[in-house]
Ligand binder design. Sequence first.
Ligand SMILES: *Cc1c(COP(=O)(O)O)cnc(C)c1O
Length: 357
Amino acid sequence: MLKITKQINTNPPVLPTDASELGFGKTNSAHMLLADFGSGKWHNHRIVPFSAIDLHPFSTILHYGAQVFEGLKVYRAKNSGLRLFRPKENLKRLNNSAARLCLPQIELADFMQMLEEFITLEKDYVPTAKCTSLYLRPCIFGSDDTLGVYPPKTAKFMLVASSVGNYYKGGLKPVKILVETEDIRAAIGGTGHTKAGGNYAASLRATQKAITAGYDQVLWLDAINRRFIEEVGAMNVFFIIDGVAVTPALTGSILPGITRMSCIELLKSKGIKVDERQITINEVVLANKSGRLTEMFGTGTAAVVSPVGTLGYNNKQHVIGNNQIGEITSYLYDTLTGIQFGDSKLGDPFNWIYKVL
Ligand SMILES: *Cc1c(COP(=O)(O)O)cnc(C)c1O
């Protein structure tokens, strides 16, 4: 067992009473958890009041972007219990990301203990309104105090939390996506399969361009051929073509989403064929023209499932599924959120839920 010291916040922030004011990532909870890495091990695990942190101006994170992170939610079930969705998968991915960036990894037992003690203290920040949650953001970053370029010898772990509202205030709504043909998100051999903060920094310009052009997000193509579909914004992507669920195979430049993996398992268990393969933007456009493409959606922890209603490509707009929410899209959204929020009819058929309190 780790020893985690606790310094209680005597002036904790108050959650807005109207959950629709929450939004995403705006409000912080009362505390944060920190740990330091040095001499080959993690030490000084501590929960302290949420506050600014001290960083040496030479810190590796500030100059070379040595940072990896995760995102997961604490859900409040109807019977008021608090639960996580597949948290061990988050740690597995955090450690894979850390290994790619030469950052130190974390033991599973330590991670789960840190989550449990932190959530127990922050339980009142898990909102009660429908489809709201407490979003957890664990991250690891290099903190060496020299400008030399080498794998960090010292690092910090930080866990912060934000109460977040329902992603879909007015209900599930189809989004408009612009195919990005200039910038790329990731290349094979790079860091696209990791949650490295720098991936996001490099994606902002394309996203900004899409928003200026009246779209919500970007559809990323592969770095070499600019033909194969990779992801949609910071979500994995699925297409329903001739009743088969097609999703890009994990070639190395695509983030292995936990929602993606869960959707694949749900689809298969419902008897829907899942094809993990390469798929080109031309195939999608043609399948849409001939009516064989009936649904397209993104998957990720923040939005769960996000239907795509319009695809902009080469100055043309392609409307998908009459800009309506498809049957399979709704099924996945309802089933996943049902399992996460403890809908008694569904239970936890795949053993995905980790109860905390
Ligand atoms: C986090 C993330 C996803 C979704 O992963 P989940 O585990 O489903 O939340 C997809 N793509 C990118 C680029 C991401 O960073």
